[in-house]
Design a protein around this ligand. Structure first.
Ligand SMILES: [Zn+2]
Length: 158
């Protein structure tokens, strides 16, 4: 099967920095819905379009093509009272304003009065090397197409 719009693509991938250090690895694979559903980096979709199982590629992604540039507006200090009493550095919270994409915020500092959080992705501002191998391709179900994401193993559960 050839990768096209509404294919479910199963990938094994590794992400490295410019020095070749391994930053992130699929464990063992991920599946995403192909065709502009925002399931994976657009440049990766472009490279995989028309390919099939067994295809491997290695792509260099600029910060813009990967996790974006550092966004100072995602670094915030909030009153401590908004957080649970056991809040500590390194804890993660899901947050976001109405109508905006929600972000994962990591606690970076806790004082008696306030809590500082940073919603930037840890790999923000980095040029990344994305290496992947296609481990499987299947056609998405009607329900997956309708939802815009993959169901089942490694996929979304409701
Ligand atoms: Zn769904």
């Amino acid at each position: 099967m050839i990768i096209a719009k509404n294919s479910v693509v199963t990938l094994a991938f590794a992400i490295r920095d410019e020095q070749g250090t391994l930053l992130e690895e699929s464990d063992p694979t991920i599946s995403y819905l192909h065709g502009g559903y925002d399931g994976i980096f657009p440049l990766v979709e472009e490279a995989l379009e028309g390919q099939k199982e067994g295809y491997s590629c290695s792509l260099t992604l600029s910060p813009e093509e990967a996790f974006g540039e550092y966004d100072p507006s995602l670094k915030r200090t909030e009153p401590r009272s908004l957080f649970p009493p056991q809040v500590k550095v390194g804890m993660q919270f899901e947050g976001g304003e109405d109508g905006q994409e929600s972000h994962l915020f990591v606690v970076t500092e806790v004082t008696e009065e306030s809590v500082s959080v940073d919603g930037n992705h840890p790999l923000v501002g980095k040029t990344l090397l994305f290496e992947c191998t296609v481990e499987g391709v299947r056609r998405a179900t009607e329900e997956e197409m309708h939802h815009g994401h993959v169901h089942g193993e490694h996929g979304h559960t409701h």
